[in-house]
Write a protein that binds this ligand. Structure first.
Ligand SMILES: Cc1ncc(COP(=O)(O)O)c(C=O)c1O
Length: 383
C-alpha cells in the first residue's frame, strides 16, 4: 500500500485525454502542453503532444534532462533574461521557438541570434489586457522588423487568454481580435504562418457542473473556420490536458465530533490540493473513499473532511456520508493532474511534500519523488 499523502498520475489516462483533445480540435491542429500544469507529466506529454511550452529556466532544464528534443520547445514567459536564453542557446536551443512578450525581449533575442549567427523562430505574443504579451501597436512594428531581419524568422502569433473560460461569446470576441490581427498583418504584407492559441480550455472539477465539452469545442471549431485563417493552428493547454490523469490520496488520521459536527482529519490539505474555483469546500470535487471495512453497515454519518494545516480554510470536502468511518480509510480526490502538484502553498506549517507516483501505460507504478521534508526551506541558515 502506497504511503499517503501522495499524487498518482496515470499515463494511459493522459494519452486517452490527448486523443480526445485531438478529436475535439480542428483537424490537423497542433497540441502544445504547458509544462507548468504538471512537470511530472512532461516526459509522457512529449510522446503525445507536438510541443511543450516552458516558461522558466527550471522548466527548460527539466525538459532537457528528460531528453526532449529542443525543436519541440516553445520557450515562453514574461521574464526571459540573457543568462537563461544564452545558456539554452549554448545547449542547442536555437532549434526551439521563442515567444516575445515585449520589445526588450525582441531586442534581446535579435541580439543573441545575430551574435551567434543562428536564426531564431519567434512567436509574437498578443496581450489579453494584462501584463503578458504586447498590444497591437507594439506588436505590429516588431512583426514588420522580424520578417526583414535575417537572424529571425517570424513564426506567427501566440495568445493565451486565461484559464477555465466557458463563455462562448467571450471566446468569439477574442478569436475576432486574434485573427483580426493576423488579417491586419497580412494586409501589411506579413504572412502569419502559425497562431498558437491558449483559450484556457475548461475542466469540470465539481459535482453538478454542466460544462458541455463537445458543444464548446464544436462552437470553437466553427468560429475558427469562420475566420478563414489558412495557417497552422496550435493550442496550448495545461489544465484540460492534465487534470483528468491525476489522483491525490490522503488517509484519515483522526475522527472527531465537535459541537454536533463530524470531522475526518486527514494527512493532506489545501496546500496539496488546489481546484480552480474551490473556496472552503463550498463545491464538491469528485472523490472516492477506500474504506477499511469491507461491507460498512453502521449508522451513516455526514463528515467534513479537513486537512492538517492550522487554518480554518483547510476544508477539503463537506458532506461526505459514510458508514463505519475509520482511521486509515483513504480519500481519493480525482482530477488532480493539473496544478495541484505545483500551485499549493507547500511550505505552510513546514509539512513534508507528498510523494509522487507515475502509473505507466503497462500498469507498473514508479515512485518519482519521495516524501520531501521542507524544514530546510523554512530554517534560517546559520551564519
Ligand atoms: C502562456 C500560457 N499557455 C498555456 C497555459 C496553460 O493554461 P491552462 O492550464 O488554462 O490550459 C498558461 C497558464 O498559465 C499560460 O500562461
Amino acid at each position: 500500500m502506497l504511503e499517503t499523502p501522495y499524487y498518482i498520475f496515470d499515463e494511459a489516462a493522459l494519452t486517452a485525454r490527448a486523443n480526445t483533445l485531438r478529436s475535439l480540435l480542428p483537424a490537423g491542429a497542433g497540441l502544445v502542453y504547458a509544462v507548468k500544469a504538471n512537470p511530472f507529466l512532461a516526459g509522457w506529454a512529449a510522446k503525445t503532444a507536438d510541443r511543450l511550452e516552458l516558461c522558466s529556466p527550471g522548466e527548460a532544464l527539466l525538459c532537457e534532462d528528460l531528453g526532449i528534443d529542443k525543436g519541440r520547445f516553445v520557450v515562453s514567459g514574461v521574464w526571459k533574461d540573457e543568462a537563461f536564453l544564452s545558456g539554452l542557446l549554448d545547449r542547442g536551443g536555437d532549434a526551439a521557438v521563442y515567444t516575445v512578450e515585449s520589445p526588450a525581449q525582441y531586442a534581446l533575442l535579435k541580439k543573441l541570434a545575430t551574435e551567434r549567427q543562428v536564426t531564431l523562430r519567434l512567436l509574437l505574443r498578443l496581450s489579453s489586457g494584462n501584463q503578458f504579451g504586447m498590444d497591437e501597436e507594439t506588436l505590429i512594428p516588431l512583426a514588420l522588423d522580424c520578417v526583414s531581419c535575417g537572424a529571425l524568422t517570424f513564426g506567427g502569433l501566440q495568445f493565451y487568454s486565461g484559464t477555465q473560460k466557458t463563455n462562448l461569446k467571450k471566446l468569439g470576441r477574442e478569436i475576432e481580435k486574434l485573427f483580426g490581427l493576423a488579417e491586419k498583418l497580412r494586409a501589411l504584407g506579413v504572412e502569419v504562418p502559425e497562431v498558437e492559441y491558449g483559450p484556457g480550455f475548461p475542466v469540470t472539477y465539481f459535482e453538478g457542473e454542466t460544462f458541455d465539452e463537445p458543444a464548446y469545442f464544436a462552437a470553437l471549431r466553427e468560429m475558427l473556420a469562420e475566420t478563414g485563417y489558412k495557417g497552422r493552428l496550435s493550442f496550448e493547454t495545461g489544465r484540460s490536458f492534465a487534470a483528468s490523469c491525476g489522483d491525490y490520496v490522503t488517509s484519515v488520521r483522526d475522527i472527531k465530533h465537535t459541537d454536533g459536527a463530524n470531522y475526518l482529519v486527514t494527512d493532506g490539505g489545501i496546500h496539496q490540493l488546489s481546484y480552480f474555483g474551490q473556496m472552503m469546500a463550498m463545491k464538491r470535487p469528485f472523490v472516492d473513499v477506500l474504506q477499511n471495512t469491507a461491507a460498512p453497515d453502521g449508522e451513516e454519518r455526514e463528515y467534513t473532511v479537513v486537512g492538517a494545516l492550522c487554518t480554518v480554510n483547510d476544508v477539503l470536502f463537506r458532506g461526505l456520508c459514510l458508514k463505519n468511518a475509520e482511521i486509515c480509510d483513504r480519500i481519493v480526490f480525482h482530477r488532480t493532474g493539473a496544478y495541484c502538484v505545483t500551485e499549493g502553498i507547500a511550505l505552510f506549517l513546514t509539512r513534508d511534500l507528498p510523494r509522487v507516483y507515475l502509473k505507466n501505460a503497462d500498469g507498473s507504478v514508479n515512485e518519482v519523488r519521495g516524501r520531501i521534508e521542507t524544514k530546510a526551506l523554512n530554517t534560517p541558515a546559520q551564519p
